[in-house]
Design a protein around this ligand. Sequence first.
Ligand code: GLA
Length: 375
Amino acid sequence: MSSISLHFEKVYGRSPDICASAPGRVNLIGEHIDFSEGFVLPFAINDCTDVAIAKTNENVIKIASVQRGSEVISVAISDISPDRTGDWERYVLGVIWALGIETGLEIFIDGKVPVGAGLSSSAALEASVATALNSLFFLGHDLPALALLCQKAENDYVGMPCGIMDQSVSLMAEKGSALLLDCRDLTTKNISFNVASHGLELLIIDTQIHHELVDGGYAERRASCDSVVAKLNITSMRHLSIDQLLSQKSEITETEFNRAHHAVTEIQRVLDAVIALEKSDFKELGKLINASHESLRDDYTVSCPELDCAVDASLAAGALGARMVGGGFGGSAIALIKAENVESTKLAIQNAFESKSYKAPRFFTSLPSQGARIH
Ligand code: GLA
């Protein structure tokens, strides 16, 4: 029996009806453009959130987790509403709400994606619960529909105006590939991402600075992009070229210009990164990764000193490319490095952090892994 079933049994005294898992993600390139109908190129990491669920005849949702010492949170179904305050269980309740489930449930969660590290632990939680409920109630949603429902839970129930990237990759990723996602229509293409066979490694550096995206920085950036779209009378950043942006510069504020400049150039970088990957041109991929970081740091201003330090130290230690990933304001960076340089790069980053009296970073590596599954 899987360990999530055993945990469930310990708390609820019987077996679950269904178990599912969904992974966190790292984004190779394509940051802050999923809500602008852009392209993104994330992959799923090994770390997953596991969930076990059983139906009950009570009108109550019970939720417990390994991380909260198995304390059981009970919420009457009639109390499930975006207005209900709460903690992490809001992500679970949001999915139940978005899927329109009105049956009593017992739920047990083991969230193994590091929280606050910019690796999308929240999307992993949403996607695992949504995958289990979709199957348990024979809802028949396909993966894009399920991703949109998870996004609805996060946007409208939790109150975080995220795009569609994290939920999509957590649900749709394939082992061995990065997922090229067209955020306009949620069509995908698997792009083989096998750095190991080229003697490379993708190092994930968690700065241990924990951001709270609900706190405004993310929403403010998104609002700037929406404002550009309205002022320039376009459907989305996807429809904006650099030439048009430059010629209409006077119609938007300087900040809006910088945000739009990031979006337009980042969409192009994703397409260029796909070409580089298809040619196994990792030097070129590294350059694009670096340009993405510079754009996020200078035009979009979502980096922070710790992320810049991780990137600069990686590059000084010989990385082909390095950049912040995810929403920013803390969380993780990635560095594309030669496999033989893993230890020396880690040491260089550790030393750089120590010299600035930053909290010690944590390091991960992960091969591109499988998206959500029932087990
Ligand atoms: C967060 C959001 C995503 C995306 C990234 C930035 O992870 O949840 O939708 O916007 O930030 O690329």
